[in-house]
Structure formats: structure tokens, C-alpha cells
Design a binder for this molecule. Structure first.
Ligand SMILES: *[C@@H]1O[C@H](CO)[C@@H](O)[C@H](O)[C@H]1NC(C)=O
Ligand SMILES: *[C@@H]1O[C@H](CO)[C@@H](O)[C@H](O)[C@H]1NC(C)=O
Ligand SMILES: *[C@@H]1O[C@H](CO)[C@@H](O)[C@H](O)[C@H]1NC(C)=O
Ligand SMILES: *[C@@H]1O[C@H](CO)[C@@H](O)[C@H](O)[C@H]1NC(C)=O
Ligand SMILES: *[C@@H]1O[C@H](CO)[C@@H](O)[C@H](O)[C@H]1NC(C)=O
Ligand SMILES: *[C@@H]1O[C@H](CO)[C@@H](O)[C@H](O)[C@H]1NC(C)=O
Ligand SMILES: *[C@@H]1O[C@H](CO)[C@@H](O)[C@H](O)[C@H]1NC(C)=O
Length: 847
């Protein structure tokens, strides 16, 4: 049966005469205009990419078998000061929702307005912390006042644009609050009152679609409580009338500066999703499906990296991540093939042996779908179901949309994989510049004073909290003082060095004495306070001590998180005649921010009026230096990352657009990293880490749409010293594609199943390769039919190999954008090494 959704139809008429949709729910699912739905949803946060990328991201999600786009609403990006709203550029929420609508997809809008999201201050404006008496996320009048005001503003904006499904728009669900359940205990008696108030306030907005609260077991009716976790198959909503919704399935994880790279294997993600639908789930959302970038100072943490790639199915740069994206696409297809049966009947669950669980949705009149799960995390098993034996790899689910034929097993990846490279290109001087030597870059330099510039902000005995002082208008705060060193100090005679001891609540620090950098220290993603201990150079007489304290993204979650401070708590000098002197209660002079920030050195329109110093040889390893260079865009149209591997720490801009914080700090090489990730068994963020001893983030995304044809102004502020001549634009290129498939891979003619529920027509296992748009297979680097081993980029031949493999693959694939090779007798010598299940593995180059 082919269903034509009225909603879809109205998308084609371009939303003038859209008919309203009636979105309700019961215990099984959402019901949209009387139709039950199983929905696959994908989180794409609009400010974490740029408007130029939105249509492509949404389209790639749709091609991946996604029905719904989900996003938070980012309060602190929208309400810059009380009542002053911003919906420009990356914050054009209406435009984003309309792009989703035009793609014929639904939208889940998680308004919050607290969002966590590894986003600065969890999305709540910093100004609200300084409204007298305010306490976030509690039964607190100032907080509730501003929360309701913002919530109402967003709801009215959506209503005005007719974006709720009840008005013919794409929004089928809205969220109030976010993961409050984790932290309710910190808010005492008032917590429950706050939850009840938030739910009531939301429901009273009358949006005509259901409200959800994620990770909130006590969400009051009719608000649906939903699950956020790596697995939600065992989740039960708090009322028998509510459907089972999974708002956050984490297909990867975020990174913090100085930490290793986490990876979640596609087999385990698919396993968790299949288990969820096996156990009656109805809406599943990947958090994130495209993670994107924390541009500027939007990242939270502290210490969340500028990249929010999240190892999501679409990578930071907008390319499908293979095989993850492809494997999930196959999974979504298998779930959709089963949707009709899943929604028509109650499941029967049965055990097929130890750790073998089947759930069967059989309506007794033809519609039947089954999920067979092997929950064992080590051993592959065979299970007999309805008199047929099925091979189930450890920790996997097979999906049988007709209760007979396996169309998908979560542990068997048939989707192609890719080799992605960052190809460096030297910065090219802009041809628009009147320059004698076009080949040489011309740099402009501006050096900050190491300490107070201009007039001091104030002087005070002891330390004020960093965040209370800057109110997050900048990352930077100078704390300066001076000490007098007597001529008779022993260390002067011995030529030794006293030691500077500093304690800070966070997040990072550079210590200068008499304008010279003495050392740096910082906390990390698991521990933000830190200590600094470094020998310093002091001279007889007066010494200036200037400490540059820095935040690296404000706290974004936790109980009473807005009260977590930063900045210095203790400063001492050890090794003087008097022993140790404590400067903590001395007179400290404060300066908020940098002179360059104050001058707006990153703004193209202001650059001219600043006294930059020009040079063709920019200084290296020089702290507190601003660099400006005018460049052409990198060639081609691939996505671009700024390679900062030989820089220290700082901020970068292109044409005034904020690329963000860069900091190629390395993780410890003494920690543990994995070579191969075993997908089997419960996943946790530290399970599969790589990148020991490497920078957590080397490349920084610069969206193509920020480039002009020429005359692009790249501005870098370097805090501690680096080599700007090594900065490169690197282009993200898919250089190779791989695919492998085994002879026993379940392949079924899926059309025949959907037609008569009786898909007997098995097709042969087939390897598919598809190059990116406008590229062609130019080389077959590896092809082996037999028992090859390894993975994409690292395949090697086994002792069983058909020598004709490369010839066959080249004949079919060379010069094609896409090709398919069946594992047939015609193509390969099937008599080879009898008794072995053979497979075909291919690596090809697209160009
Ligand atoms: C919406 O659908 C529900 C059941 O799905 C039904 O009870 C209700 O009457 C419908 N409302 C409208 C306005 O059609
Ligand atoms: C079927 O599901 C119920 C409820 O989750 C569970 O208690 C029972 O053990 C399951 N039975 C089998 C055979 O797996
Ligand atoms: C399985 O086989 C048995 C014995 O041959 C038969 O009685 C039964 O009907 C079969 N069940 C199904 C579901 O085909
Ligand atoms: C983070 O800092 C704490 C305290 O200095 C330290 O114990 C811990 O090992 C650090 N963690 C990492 C991952 O570097
Ligand atoms: C910031 O200032 C407020 C108001 O003076 C104070 O209550 C709070 O404790 C300060 N925060 C920190 C972390 O010192
Ligand atoms: C060292 O101690 C002497 C005597 O207590 C005091 O006068 C002097 O100021 C101290 N010097 C410093 C640098 O604190
Ligand atoms: C290799 O494959 C090609 C194309 O299928 C075929 O024409 C040729 O006979 C094969 N050669 C051998 C030695 O099997």
C-alpha cells in the first residue's frame, strides 16, 4: 500500500496552502493525522554550521533514511541582552526550520531553553546570572520570568511563521527543559515545583503538538518523558499512555582539549537502535547526526574543542562518514520495511536459547516482522526460529521484515567505507593586493603588552572570580602585581631561580614576569582547577608579575552549574631569603580582555585604522601576537580546515567571521589507546580511544561560504608563541573508497518483501562502490576475492586469493562514478579454498 501523506503533499505546493496535521500519541507511537509512525530523527544544530550548509546537511540526512531533523534552540545566541534578539546568519532559526520543511521532513524543536549541549553556559545567557536573585533551573522568580519570556517568544515566532504541524508546518514535537532529572537533587524542595511549573507553562503555550521532557522520570502529564543514553531498549515512559521516545542516542562523543578521541563503532550504534525498535520504541534521535563546529567562543565545557564533530554520521565538514552513515541507512531501510508489521501488532517475545531473544510482531493475517538478537558479547551463535537456522554474530540483531528473511544484521557492514584526507595547501597571497612579489605573503603584526594596557580597570587586594569579572565578554583577564627584590637575595648571587606557585579554579593561564613568558598551565576536561609551578627570572628591584587567566568555554551542565567559578585563588613565590612569600592578598590590578579585542583587530572594516607592522617574515614563538594576512581561497570546492599544528593557543577569524579557539594541545602518549575497537559489549565513552600523544584538534573548520574570490583577511591571535608560516588551509578529500562483503551476507530482494511479505528471491551478495559527485574510479588499489584481512586503507591478501580479482573489478569499475560487482561464478573462482566463507574486498581511488 502506498501512502500519500497530506503533509508531504503540501510541501510540494510550497507551504502556502499547507493543511494542518493532527499530532497525537498513545502508548505505541505518535499518530499523525490518524497514521501511526515509527520515526528516525537526526540532530543537526543550526548554529554549529552555516546557512550555506543547511540544505546539504538536511538532504544528506534524508538520503540516510532520516524522517525528522531535531535541534535545540540556543537562547544565548538569540537573546544577547534582555529583550534584544538576534536571528541573523547562523541563528536564523526560521530559515532552518523552513529548509527542513522544504525537504519534506519533520522537525523536533527542543526549546529548553536550558540545553547543556557542550554549549557555552548550557545555552543560558550569562547576563541572566547577574540578574539579582536569579538561580537557574529552579523555582526562582527571575529565572522563571526570563525563561517563560524566551519560550513564549520562540513559540510565537514559530506560530507566526506557521511552523507547528498543527498549522501545517513541520514541527511535530517540542521540548521544555532538558536532562533535569540528572540534577534535580541539587535543587531541593523547589525542584519538583519547578518541573511542574515548566510543564504547565509549556502546555499553556497551546502549540497543538506534544511536549516532551528528556531524562525526566516525573514529567507531568501530558508531557512525555523520554530517554537519553547509549541504549534505551529497557526504557519505560512514566505512564502507560505515553510512547517510548529516545531523544539522545549518542553515535559518538564530544572531545575536550588535551584528551583522546572517542569512537563508537557503527555495529554497536545499529545494535542499540535495532534493540530499541525490537522492544517497542517509536521515535529514535541521533545526538548528533551532524555535530558541526563550536564557532567563536560558543563551546562549553570547560575545554570542549572547537570541533563538535562527535564522530557523527555526517562529519564536521558535511561529508557522510562512511561506513557509519551507510550502515545506519541500511538499518533505517530494514526498520521501514518492518514498520507496518511493527505498528499493527503486539510483540511476542521468546527465548531462542541463552542470550538469544526474539521479538515477533505477527498480526496473524500476513503482516509479520521479527527481530532476533544475540545479546552475548563474545560468542557468535546459531538460533532456530520458525524452523529456520540463523547465524547471529555476538552482540547483534537480525531484522526479518517478513519473519523469514534477514535483510539486515547490525554487526555485518556492507556499506562502503572511505579514506578521508586533509590535503594541505600553502596560503596564497591575494592577487587583489598590489604587491611587488606575488609569491611572498605579507604579514601584519600587532603585539600586546604583557599586562595592563591602557587604563587599569580596577585595583583590589586579593582575587576576584574570573567569570564574575569578565562576565564572559572575553576569555581573557589580566591579574597583575609587582614585587621588590632586594639586592641581597641569595638567588641573585647563586644565579638560581625562585619558583612561582599558582593555584587557579580554571581554566588556563600564562605567567609573565617583566614582559617575558615564564610558563603556562591549564586544567582539563575532567578537572578544571590546576596548579602552576615554574622557576621564574626575577631581577633586583621592581618586578612586574602579569598573569593572563583564561576561560575555555563556560560550564554547561551540572547542579547549580552557573556558580562554578574560574580564575586565581593563590599566588606564592618560593626560594627567597624570607622563604616563601604569599602574594594572594597583595594589591592586584585587573584588566578585562586584550587590547586587540578592544580595538576589534579581527574586524575587516576596522583593520585599516590600526597600527599594524608589516613584514614578510612574521616573528615565531612570540607570545601575545596578532597576525594578519590577506589570502586567496584554497583551490577547488572541498571543505576547508585551518591547520594549526605548529601554533600554540589562541583565536582565529576569517573576514571577521569567528573560526574559534585553536589549541593543538596533545593528549598524553602514556595513556591507553586502542588499535581496533571491539564493537561487542556495552559501549561507554572511554571504551575506544585513539590519538594518544596527538593533538586533540589540529584542523579548524572554515566554511567555504566565508571565503571571497580574493582578498580574504585571516587574523590569528596567538597567546604563547607559534610558527605562523606553517599555517595551511587543508582540503577535506575523500581519496579512497572501500567495500567488502562476504558470501554469506544476507541479501534479499527487498522490493519483493514489501510487495507480498514473502521475499524468497535472494540476490547474490554484491559489492557497491560510489564515488563523490563528479569524481570517477581512477584506480583499483586493492581487490581480493578470498580471505583478505584488515580494514579500509590497510587491506592485505590472505592465503586464499583469486588472482583475477583486480582484473574483474577494474573491468567493471574503472572510469565509473559507481559500480557493483556480484560474487558469482561468472566473476570469481568459487571453487577456491573449499570450506572457507570467502569475501571480496576492494579499495579504489576516486578522482
Ligand atoms: C486528532 O486525532 C485524535 C486521535 O488520533 C482524535 O481523537 C482527535 O479527534 C483528532 N483531532 C482532530 C482535531 O482532528
Ligand atoms: C519477555 O519480556 C518480559 C518483559 O520484558 C521479560 O520479563 C521476559 O523475560 C521476556 N521473555 C523472554 C523469553 O525473553
Ligand atoms: C516446524 O516444523 C515442525 C515439524 O516439522 C512443524 O510441525 C511446524 O509446523 C513447523 N513450524 C513452522 C512455523 O513452520
Ligand atoms: C586532568 O587533570 C587532573 C588534575 O591535574 C589529572 O589528575 C588528570 O590525570 C588529568 N586528566 C587528563 C586526561 O589529562
Ligand atoms: C560571583 O559574585 C557573586 C555576587 O557577588 C557571588 O555571590 C558569587 O559567589 C561569585 N562567584 C564566585 C565563583 O566567586
Ligand atoms: C622579608 O622579611 C623582612 C623581615 O620580616 C621584611 O621586612 C621584608 O619586607 C620581607 N621581604 C619580602 C620580599 O617580603
Ligand atoms: C578473468 O576475468 C575475466 C573477466 O571476467 C575473464 O574474461 C577471464 O577469463 C578471467 N581469467 C581467468 C584466468 O579466470
Amino acid at each position: 500500500m502506498k501512502l500519500f501523506l497530506p503533509l508531504l503533499f503540501c510541501f510540494f505546493t510550497l507551504f502556502n496552502s499547507c493543511s494542518a496535521a493532527n499530532v497525537t500519541y498513545d502508548r505505541r507511537s505518535l499518530i499523525i493525522d490518524g497514521q501511526r509512525k515509527l520515526l528516525i530523527s537526526a540532530a543537526i544544530h543550526y548554529p554549529r554550521s552555516v546557512p550555506g550548509m543547511w540544505p546539504g546537511l538536511v538532504q544528506t540526512a534524508k538520503e540516510g533514511g532520516v524522517d525528522v531533523i531535531e535541534s535545540y534552540v540556543f537562547w544565548n545566541g538569540h537573546e544577547l541582552s534582555p529583550g534584544k534578539y538576534n536571528f541573523e546568519g547562523r541563528y536564523d532559526l526560521v530559515k532552518f526550520v523552513k529548509i527542513v520543511q522544504q525537504a519534506g521532513m519533520y522537525m523536533i524543536l527542543r526549546i529548553g531553553p536550558f540545553v547543556a549541549a557542550e554549549w557555552n553556559f548550557g545555552g543560558v545567557p550569562v547576563w541572566l546570572h547577574y540578574v539579582p536573585g536569579s538561580v537557574f533551573r529552579s523555582d526562582n522568580e527571575p529565572f522563571k520570568y526570563y525563561m517563560q519570556k524566551f519560550m513564549t517568544f520562540i513559540v510565537n515566532l514559530m506560530k507566526q511563521e506557521k511552523l507547528f504541524a498543527s498549522q501545517g508546518g513541520p514541527i511535530i514535537i517540542a521540548q521544555v527543559e532538558n536532562e533535569y532529572g540528572f540534577y534535580e537533587q541539587y535543587y531541593g524542595e523547589g525542584a519538583k515545583r519547578y518541573v511542574t511549573w515548566a510543564a504547565k507553562m509549556a502546555v499553556s503555550q497551546n502549540i497543538g503538538v506534544p511536549w516532551i521532557m528528556c531524562q525526566q522520570d516525573d514529567a507531568p502529564d501530558p508531557v512525555i518523558n523520554t530517554c537519553n543514553s547509549f541504549y534505551c531498549d529497557q526504557f519505560k515512559p512514566n505512564s502507560p499512555n505515553k510512547p517510548k521516545i529516545w531523544t539522545e542516542n549518542w553515535p559518538g562523543w564530544f572531545k575536550t582539549f588535551g584528551a583522546r578521541d572517542p569512537h563508537r563503532p557503527p555495529e554497536d550504534i545499529a545494535f542499540s537502535v535495532a534493540r530499541f525498535f525490537q522492544k517497542g520504541g517509536s521515535v529514535q534521535n541521533y545526538y548528533m547526526y551532524h555535530g558541526g563546529t563550536n564557532f567563536g567562543r560558543t563551546s562549553g565545557g570547560p575545554f570542549i574543542t572547537t570541533s563538535y564533530d562527535y564522530e557523527a554520521p555526517i562529519d564536521e565538514y558535511g561529508l557522510p562518514r562512511l561506513p557509519k552513515w551507510g550502515h545506519l541507512k541500511e538499518l533505517h531501510r530494514a526498520i521501514k520495511l518492518s514498520e507496518h508489521a511493527l505498528l499493527k501488532s503486539e510483540p511476542t517475545n521468546l527465548s531462542l536459547g541463552p542470550s538469544l531473544e526474539a521479538d515477533v510482531y505477527d498480526d496473524g493475517s500476513g503482516a509479520c516482522a521479527a527481530f532476533l538478537a544475540n545479546m552475548d558479547d563474545k560468542t557468535d551463535k546459531n538460533a532456530v526460529f520458525r524452523n529456520v537456522s540463523y547465524h547471529l554474530p555476538a552482540w547483534s540483531v537480525s531484522i526479518l521484515p517478513d519473519c523469514k528473511n534477514v535483510v539486515f544484521n547490525t554487526a555485518k557492514i556492507s556499506s562502503q567505507a572511505s579514506v578521508v584526507e586533509m590535503v594541505p595547501e600553502e596560503l596564497q597571497p591575494s592577487v587583489a593586493l598590489p604587491s611587488k612579489d606575488l609569491k611572498a605573503l605579507k604579514w601584519d603584526i600587532f603585539v600586546e603588552n604583557a599586562g595592563i594596557w591602557g587604563a587599569a580597570d580596577f585595583t583590589k587586594n586579593g582575587f576576584l572570580d574570573h567569570i564574575n569579572t569578565t562576565k564572559d565578554t572575553t576569555d581573557y583577564l589580566w591579574y597583575t602585581t609587582s614585587i621588590i627584590v632586594g639586592e641581597n637575595e641569595e638567588f641573585l648571587k647563586k644565579g638560581s631561580h625562585p619558583v612561582l606557585l599558582i593555584e587557579s579554579k580554571g581554566h588556563a593561564l600564562h605567567a609573565f614576569v617583566n614582559q617575558e613568558l615564564q610558563g603556562s598551565a591549564s586544567g582539563n576536561g575532567s578537572h578544571s582547577p590546576f596548579k602552576f609551578e615554574n622557576p621564574i627570572s626575577l631581577k633586583a628591584g621592581k618586578n612586574e608579575i602579569a598573569l593572563l587567566s583564561m576561560t575555555v568555554g563556560l560550564q554547561n551542565a551540572g547542579g547549580l552549574y552557573e556558580w562554578v567559578g574560574a580564575g586565581l585563588t593563590s599566588v606564592k613565590i618560593e626560594g627567597l631569603n624570607n622563604g616563601t612569600i604569599d602574594l594572594s592578598m597583595s594589591s592586584w590590578t585587573y584588566k578585562i580582555g586584550l587590547q586587540g579585542e578592544h580595538l576589534g583587530l579581527y574586524k575587516p572594516e576596522i583593520l585599516a585604522s590600526v597600527n599594524w607592522v608589516s613584514t614578510s617574515e612574521p616573528p615565531k614563538n612570540q607570545p601575545l601576537t596578532w597576525y594578519k594576512v590577506v589570502v586567496d581561497p584554497p583551490s577547488g570546492d572541498e571543505p576547508v580546515g585551518l591547520d594549526m599544528i605548529h601554533m600554540g593557543k589562541g583565536l582565529a577569524w576569517l573576514n571577521g567571521e569567528e573560526i574559534g579557539r585553536y589549541w593543538p594541545i596533545k593528549s598524553s602518549k602514556h595513556l591507553e589507546c586502542v588499535q581496533e575497537c571491539d564493537y561487542r559489549g556495552k559501549f561507554f565513552p572511554d571504551k575506544c580511544l585513539t590519538g594518544c600523544g596527538e593533538p586533540t584538534q589540529r584542523w579548524y573548520h572554515v566554511p567555504r561560504s566565508w571565503f571571497k574570490p580574493s582578498g580574504n583577511i585571516l587574523v590569528i591571535f596567538e597567546e604563547k608563541g607559534g610558527d605562523p608560516t606553517t599555517i595551511r588551509f587543508s582540503k577535506r578529500k575523500t581519496s579512497g573508497l572501500c567495500s567488502h562483503i562476504a558470501e554469506d551476507y544476507p541479501m534479499v530482494d527487498q522490493e519483493s518483501i514489501s510487495k507480498d511479505g514473502n521475499g524468497n528471491d535472494k540476490t547474490r551478495p554484491t559489492v557497491h562502490l560510489k564515488c563523490p559527485k563528479n569524481t570517477w574510479i581512477s584506480n583499483v588499489k586493492f581487490a581480493s576475492y578470498g580471505n583478505p584481512t584488515g580494514r579500509c586503507g590497510l587491506y592485505s591478501m590472505g592465503d586464499c586469493h583469486d588472482p583475477n580479482s583486480t582484473f574483474v573489478v577494474e573491468k567493471v569499475c574503472l572510469g565509473k562514478n559507481e559500480c557493483a560487482i556480484e560474487l558469482t561464478e561468472k566473476n570469481f573462482d568459487k571453487s577456491l579454498c573449499p570450506g572457507t566463507t570467502k569475501k571480496l574486498a576492494i579499495e579504489a581511488v576516486c578522482s
